[in-house]
Design a protein around this ligand. Sequence first.
Ligand code: FES
Length: 123
Amino acid sequence: MDLNPALLSDDAEADEVTLSITVVDFDGVEHQLQALEGWRVMEVIRDWGLPIKAECGGACACGTCHVHVDEAWLDRLIPASAEEEDQLDTASGVAFNSRLSCQILMRPDLDGLRVSLAPGSEP
Ligand code: FES
């Protein structure tokens, strides 16, 4: 697992639960990233420096944080809102497992979540 010094050295976050996600980039390379409860998956991806456009910064207004969620994890996610569905309607490469990563908040039961960067999220 990659280590993020910012996560490890910030005393203010010391009591927060450290989780992890696996992100598959556009080259098919897997990255296991640390995440904190309450963080948006888009923020985790962006803050670790992986390429994701996320143009609106998480406001569910652009669709450029598109990911494909590993099928095994789909049932654990809170269903997409009508707003998210509307944004996905404008995205390219949409599949049955498409989600906007800014709308997935990390929580303990999502520890180990696996997603792939999807069309439209390239910076
Ligand atoms: S960052 Fe814009 S919809 Fe997710």
